[in-house]
Design a protein around this ligand. Structure first.
Ligand code: ADP
Length: 496
């Protein structure tokens, strides 16, 4: 099969979170299975150019219709760790992708509507006719809409799989997006069964457009698929998902074992396996040396992730103090986009700066994250909601015991050592709590800490049980291929 992925991120070259990991990891898995995969991405000024091999201009004159005129673009081509990628660079005064950041601009909906349009123009003008287009999140929600409404005669039989990684960000826009992209026809799109937002009749919802027009819609774990339809986690799209339930499923993300494996990880000083954990102890020492933590007989609890209300930052903050009050060390690696949360953690960082048992690293640091996964004993994921969550899966692979809240993909991947009734004791792999409050967090951290302290052999056993889990792309890769195969044989835009 010939598959083109259109996305706003691809790790490690463009990564703000799990979306980047998934786009890269899934592409590699599909290629390993013999399919041809190409990626179309924006050419941001701030992406990691050092991870692109052989970048060159592949298509100099891509003219993209935009409002009444056209915008001239160049398309660059290069390999990101073996994966062929095309990067679209528009030449216009808007400077859509030269902003020093990936997201967070006032005109994000315009930027990514333009990217979606440019990606389709590129496919059309360069005569690429993939069997399946796979696009992701609100940024590319307009791809299936425009493909069906504007390009179906030129493009032919492409089918679209649309994956939602986070329902919280849906991409709201006004009618200007219709005029800019050439969809025009306002009354047609401002309909409840098309792009009109379910709660604001004056807004278009790009994610809703993706759901309505794609041939298959997935989210990133089975439990989150249920939550999105039946609880507030769907952020107002529950009804739309219900209407399109026949094409909606949850597929658990995988992790790319070429990047995330303690046996081969290029960023950690000591490799190790489940059978010989000597290297993990050495990495713990290396982590302490690097972060200037004291070298004492204490466990290290880590948090790696965005500092965002979604991630349960109030619990992360509480966990730091609970850890140091209870004989543990705490390492945090995170970045906040919200000014208030950022200021709060900056303050904490200054306050705890000289503490021998805490290190707060504020910012994004891929290399350091690998060392933390390898050197820490436990990883905390106290999210309010978590579509899939990669950190607990990476933690498991690195023998770092997850302590998680029971939401979304965490439900599908972490099984409480003491209480999980669906798994035999020898297949349990971490600690789980339910309520999003301090009491639940503390008692669960206490259970993990006392196992580490009082029953080190049992703790090692738990570490090994976690490392046995296969959360690679092997299973999800098969599931996506089944979906692609299914939609290839369906009529276009099944929903309309
Ligand atoms: P998200 O909701 O952000 O997508 P996931 O758990 O799905 O969360 O994926 C997070 C990914 O981003 C993981 O690979 C994690 O290691 C990485 N990550 C998150 N924050 C940072 C950071 N500050 N520095 C380095 N890597 C990070």
């Amino acid at each position: 099969m010939y598959i083109v992925q259109i996305a706003s991120e691809c790790a490690p070259v463009i990564k703000a979170g799990g979306l980047g990991d998934v786009v890269y990891g899934l592409s590699r898995e599909l290629e390993t299975r013999g399919h041809c995969v190409e990626l179309i991405l924006p050419k941001y000024d701030c992406m990691r150019y050092d991870h692109i091999w052989g970048l060159h201009d592949a298509y100099r004159d891509l003219w993209v219709p935009w409002y009444g005129g056209t915008i001239h673009c160049s398309v660059y081509c290069g390999w990101v760790h073996g994966q062929l990628c095309f990067f679209i660079e528009p030449h216009s005064r808007d400077d859509f992708f030269n902003r020093g950041c990936y997201y967070g601009c006032h005109d994000d909906t315009m930027r990514f509507a333009f990217f979606s349009k440019a990606a389709l123009e590129f496919l059309q003008q360069s005569n690429k006719r993939p069997d399946v287009i796979h696009c992701h999140d609100w940024q590319t929600g307009l791809v299936p809409v425009m493909l069906f409404e504007n390009y179906k005669y030129e493009m032919g039989l492409q089918r679209v799989c649309y994956t939602i990684h986070n329902f919280k960000h849906q991409g709201f826009a006004g009618n200007e997006i219709l005029w800019a992209t050439g969809l025009n026809n306002e009354p047609y799109y401002f309909q409840p069964d098309r792009l009109q937002d379910n709660f604001n009749p004056f807004a278009l919802n790009l994610m809703k457009g993706g759901i309505v027009y794609a041939n298959a819609v997935t989210t990133v774990s089975p439990h989150h698929a249920w939550e999105a339809r039946h609880t507030e986690v769907g952020s107002g799209l529950g009804h739309t998902l219900h209407m399109h339930q026949d094409k909606f499923t949850g597929i658990l993300n995988g992790i790319d074992l070429d990047f995330w494996s303690p046996e081969v990880d290029r960023y950690i000083p000591h490799h190790y396996t489940q059978d010989n954990l000597e290297g993990k102890a050495q990495n713990k020492k290396a982590l302490r040396d690097r972060l200037l933590l004291q070298d004492v007989d204490k466990p290290i609890i880590a948090y790696i992730g965005r500092l965002d209300a979604q991630k349960g930052v109030h619990l992360v903050h509480h966990a730091i103090y609970h850890a140091i009050d209870n004989g543990a060390q705490f390492v945090l690696l995170g970045s906040a986009t919200e000014a208030g949360i950022n200021a709060h953690f900056q303050h904490e960082k200054r306050f705890l700066n000289d503490h021998p048992d805490v290190h707060l690293e504020l910012g994004f640091n891929e290399e350091l994250s690998h060392l933390i996964y390898a050197g820490a004993d436990m990883i905390l994921v106290p999210s309010n909601y978590e579509p899939c969550g990669l950190t607990q899966m990476i933690g498991l692979k690195y023998g770092t015991v997850p302590i998680v809240r029971s939401v979304g993909g965490l439900v599908n991947t972490v099984f409480d050592r003491d209480y999980d009734s669906n798994h035999l004791p020898e297949t349990r792999n971490g600690y789980v709590f339910y309520d999003s409050d301090y009491q639940a967090l503390e008692s669960t951290m206490n259970r993990a800490l006392s196992l580490w302290r009082d029953y080190p052999k049992e703790f090692q056993q738990l570490v090994k049980q976690g490392m046995e889990y296969d959360y690679s792309w092997n299973h999800p890769g098969k599931d996506y291929i089944e979906i692609y195969d299914r939609i290839r044989h369906k009529p276009a835009a099944v929903a309309l």
